[in-house]
Write a protein that binds this ligand. Structure first.
Ligand code: PAF
Length: 255
């Protein structure tokens, strides 16, 4: 597995990939878990070569404390990726990806007026900006994103369409713990009991008759509700537990 820690280093690797080979790409912020592993496995099975990026993107954090405490587990991530048969890891520095600071950013009109767009100002702009940079640098045939970040995934699809980026965006199902809790890098910030309690999010999303009762159920169990809403035939939750923000979504249950 080759590790490129700069844009120039990656571009040198990229030039050696022959035209006929397909390249799959899994963008990540590290702290890898089973959810990431499933994206990587799909890429490895569908492409000749797979590259995974690891970059904790500062422009998508609206709270500096959240950025500081975001888990960083680089060596363990490399071990996992080696075991999954990944060919390349791209882990650029901030100066490398933002050589002129945050001079340009990608804005989306429609998607940013709900949920993450309202509750995390700057988040979607930061994600779209870094994903566009990464897609331009990596030049993959396919890029893999999880449905857990559903709004992010849909906005990326729209951006790739509108900017004529030649990478196919592949949506992958959310991977869950046995309890139903969606796999997330943030889960490791929860206490043991918090992790058990967090399974209530999935239960409320799938079992409550409407979003109001789901919100009441979670609030009664000690969660702070950021939002609980339905859009595009899906039910979405963003809640805080032990000051950690957790998100999830499921197809809206039929009434
Ligand atoms: O979903 C993530 O891990 C991040 O938002 C992404 C897509 C890697 C961009 O930093």
């Amino acid at each position: 597995m080759h590790v490129a820690d700069s844009v120039a280093g990656w571009l040198a690797q990229r030039r050696q990939i022959s035209e006929g080979k397909t390249l799959g790409f899994v963008p990540t912020m590290g702290a890898l878990h089973r959810g990431h592993a499933s994206l990587v496995e799909r890429s490895v099975s569908e492409n000749d070569l797979t590259v995974v990026s690891i970059f904790v993107n500062p422009t998508q954090f609206n709270d500096p404390k959240d950025l500081d405490r975001y888990p960083r587990t680089f060596e363990a991530d490399l071990d996992l990726l080696r075991g999954l048969g990944v060919d390349y890891v791209f882990s650029p520095s901030q100066a490398d990806l933002y050589p002129h600071g945050y001079r340009f950013r990608v804005e989306s009109e429609a998607m940013t007026s709900v949920m993450e767009g309202i509750h995390r100002p700057g988040f979607l702009q930061g994600v779209m900006t870094v994903v566009l940079k990464l897609l331009n640098i990596v030049r993959a045939n396919r890029a893999y994103f999880g449905e857990k970040d559903y709004q992010q995934l849909q906005t990326i699809k729209e951006m790739v369409d509108d900017f004529f980026v030649g990478t196919e965006i592949v949506a992958c199902e959310t991977i869950r713990e046995e309890s139903g809790l969606a796999e997330s890098s943030r889960n490791r910030l929860l206490s043991e009991s918090g992790r058990v309690q967090a399974a209530a999010i999935y239960k409320a999303l799938t079992r409550c008759p409407d979003v109001e009762s789901a919100a009441r159920t979670l609030a009664a169990q000690g969660f702070t509700i950021d939002y609980l809403e339905e859009h595009w035939g899906r039910r979405f939750a963003a809640v805080f537990l032990e000051s950690i923000r957790l998100i999830d979504n499921v197809p809206a249950p039929s009434r």
